[in-house]
Design a protein around this ligand. Sequence first.
Ligand SMILES: [Zn+2]
Length: 710
Amino acid sequence: MAAALQRFGKKGDRVLDPFGASPRLAVEAASEDRAVLVAVNNPVARYVLEHTAKPFTIHDLQSALARLSTAPKDGGRLEPFLLDLYRTQCSRCEKWISADYFVWDKEEGEPVLKFYSCPHCSHTIEEPTNEEDLQRAHEYEKRGLQHAMALEQLAPQGSPDRQQAEEALAVYPGRAVYAIVTLLNKLEQLEAGEAGRALLLSALDQANSLWGHPVGRSRPLQLSASVRFRENNVWRALESAAGHWALPDPKVGLREWTDWQSLEPGIITVYPGPVRDLATELPMAQVQYILTVIPRPNQAFWTLSALWAAWLWGREVADPIRAALRRRRYDWAWHASALRSTLQTMKEAVGHKAQILGFIPDAEPGFVAAALSGFDAGEYRLTGRALRLEGQAILTWIREPSPERSVASSSISNSMSKSARAALEARGEPTRYALPHIAAFAALAEERLLAGVRPSETRSALGVVGEQLDELLSDRQLFVHLGRGMEPESGRYWLADDSRAAQSLADRVEDAVLTELRSVDGITAVEMDTHLCLQLPGVLTPDRGLVMAALRSYAQLDPEDKLWRLRSEDQPEARKADVEEMLTLLGSLGAQLGYEVSGTDWIEWRDDSQESSLSFRVDETAILGSAMRGHAHSSAEIEAIVIPGGRGALVAEKARRDPRIQSWLESGLHIIKYRHVRRLSEDTTLNRENLFERLALDPPGQEDPQLPLL
Ligand SMILES: [Zn+2]
């Protein structure tokens, strides 16, 4: 964020975040001396923001936990009482212990696995549940007093939201509801304070059935239990929450909204409501900078927020977001229009030519398209985009009224076709669907063509454009769809005519990493990444995985100063000597085997009587582009590229990303490592008969294969 803000206004600027979706964004902007105003309507998001800006100390959290632990409960203490809900027997020492979690099978409606680490015998295992475990789990299925209390807190008897509240509550296992209500009651009686509430909030997030097992990478978006879900031990969740809230103090100010004039640099001002209400309190046309993480539709988060707010702070606090309970539409077209109408409510307050810097941390194609469409219709023109195909996008806009016009379907098609091809040509390699998709939508947004699209009878405006794009991408005159799978989103896209394609991005990344490593004495991974993002901007922004593969191929991390340095064998002089050695060895090896040897930087072995020929290209890099093009026109029977062993993993990574490299390798282009040439030249059993077989040894990506002994 600090780096991004260097290109976005200056210190002291007033900056508005209308969506309040990311606490970190506000905190980092305030740290960069911006006067930050955030509208946060969701009480849960607001709470997290407040306690990210002014974090609890670990002492606050631990003492809250201690007070909860020792609170009296049924003649004993609360901690053992809650742990006992998850009682199970250790299968090794047979003592009674508390499981860390149970894994439920949604279909079977009961826990099938349990995980524990026995405090008596240290037995740590995930194993099948037994009859007693099932019985205990089912004891809490009956809807008792706790269930009624949990429901009453959100939507009392007779409330129009009653049924939706029941559905929301249903994502909690009965045992979790029992534990939660017990904790909520204690929290009210105790002086556990705000820190206790924070711990409970984390436990509420952990205790529902949305989290799958095994734990996947993505967060839940739908309000439905995973096919296999984890029933986490609520007390254990509470314990582990302490570490999550003990954040470093960012030393920024925090205050509640009074008026625009009172905003101050280094201070986050929180407006506890929706931006449409805030907008009525803002002076005319004063907002010049909008900095935000664009929220994504997330039914799970909004519904649970309403539930959590009601439980933790009472029904009234949950009221502003209660509508989330009833909302069922969360598709991209709905989202685009929600963004548009939010932007329109701010119309008066935002100045002409105001700028927006928007981050999308989980940028899937539909989401980016919805954002581009919503902002175009909301009267902002796209001015820049950077896209990482791993799933992040940064977009910039400027406030400019949309031209009033209807847009012909052919101009949409032409613009998309041109920009999708241009993006692939610039990238120089086959790429996943997200690239042509986002390049095409971004071009439409830049040309202000998106807002004018009309919905069809069966499709939203966004759907109409998406369908047009998929049709274009399936046009074999223009694009090639590589890889298996019929879905447009699977596989990779390439150009039917690639004559204007640039050098592949993977080769350019490698080249840039090597050049940078040779010009500095040590660099951090983040610095290298930043350097590459500056050199390869926009749709070229390389994936972190590729940057790291290139870095690891040439450099080593110094554990002392955490800097990556060029390996000694990759110093230019050392590599020059290697290349000369390889050329000499290949020359003498060819002669020894009775071939006629020619060439200086590209060694060729030829036997005219048998009409056989082999050619070797010696390289120190894995920049294969020109060798691959040469391969297509070569007449040699066997062709090989000779590279250092350290490049092996990088070649494998490139082949994984680029189906063309894969097929080149399959069509008889060999990759031979330096050490393999050295071994062959010392191999006294090598002859013309076994040569080809021996050459094929040691494929790229393999660490250290051995030559056969015989
Ligand atoms: Zn045990």
